[in-house]
Design a protein around this ligand. Structure first.
Ligand code: AP5
Ligand code: ZN
Length: 214
């Protein structure tokens, strides 16, 4: 099963993608996580990506496409994968389609997690992330067992640099301009599944599973 997660920043793509990946035993590939791991380990890629991410801008297509296409060639992707945060522009979607066409494959589903902008800033300002293992929490919706400490690995959890309200507003603007057109792109290919992302996390998950297993 090859799945794409679409949705505004903070819509809950990562939260749902992790659960879906676990249920179906497929890798969860998040371009945001790949960039954050590179920033943490101080690579050249991380240095380049950070300059865009901190401003709420997208990393240029040519950088992102190469990383994803390389990642999809790894053996753990043979039975499918879930892409979270990619594609994010029409050129990225076309590059993915072209790369898959060469190996006679195609995307199976594009899941669009719908959440109005009015919810987003609250969700993002409450999000806390573990920069060590990538786990995410929310101060109200998913609190950690011990305040400020990741349940999974015991590291400190932090507010992401790009989750400050002014950067979130910029990311939302960029989402509407550059990523929202993908809804139409996948709808025209009959691959789009819309889910209401304002519901409780388990309800959103159940709604997705129901459609995937229809
Ligand atoms: P990325 O990491 O992909 O960020 P994003 O798309 O902005 O998405 P988020 O991770 O912020 O949110 P999410 O939808 O995963 O929500 P989450 O599940 O955490 O990208 C970061 C940056 O990297 C980009 O801005 C860009 O610069 C660059 N980048 C990445 N990919 C790129 C690409 N392809 N091209 C170019 N640049 C790229 O949930 C949010 C919060 O809400 C959490 O606290 C969660 O606990 C809570 N929550 C989730 N679901 C619910 C619910 N149902 N009810 C209540 N709370 C909920
Ligand atoms: Zn952790």
């Amino acid at each position: 099963m090859k799945i794409i997660m679409l949705g505004a920043p903070g819509a809950g793509k990562g939260t749902q993608a992790k659960r879906i990946a676990e249920k179906y035993g497929i890798p969860h590939i998040s371009t945001g996580d790949i960039f954050r791991a590179n920033i943490k380990s101080g690579t050249e890629l991380g240095r380049k990506a950070k300059a865009y991410m901190d401003q709420g801008l997208l990393v240029p297509d040519e950088i992102v496409v190469d990383i994803v296409v390389d990642r999809l060639k790894q053996s753990d992707c043979a039975n499918g994968y879930i892409l979270d945060g990619f594609p994010r522009t029409i050129p990225q979607a076309e590059a993915l389609d072209n790369a898959l066409k060469i190996i006679e494959e195609k995307v199976d589903f594009a899941i669009n997690v719908e959440v109005p902008d009015s919810y987003i800033v609250e969700r993002m300002s409450g999000r806390r992330a573990c920069l060590n293992c990538g786990a995410t929490y929310h101060v109200v919706n998913i609190p950690t067992k011990v305040d400020g400490i990741c349940d999974v690995c015991g590291s400190e959890i932090v507010l992401r640099d790009d989750d400050k309200p002014e950067t979130v507003l910029k990311r939302l603007k960029v989402y509407h301009e550059q990523t929202q057109p993908l809804i139409d792109y996948y709808s025209k290919q009959n691959l789009l599944i819309d889910v209401d992302g304002t519901k409780d996390m388990s309800e959103v998950f159940q709604a997705i599973i129901m459609v995937l297993e229809q």
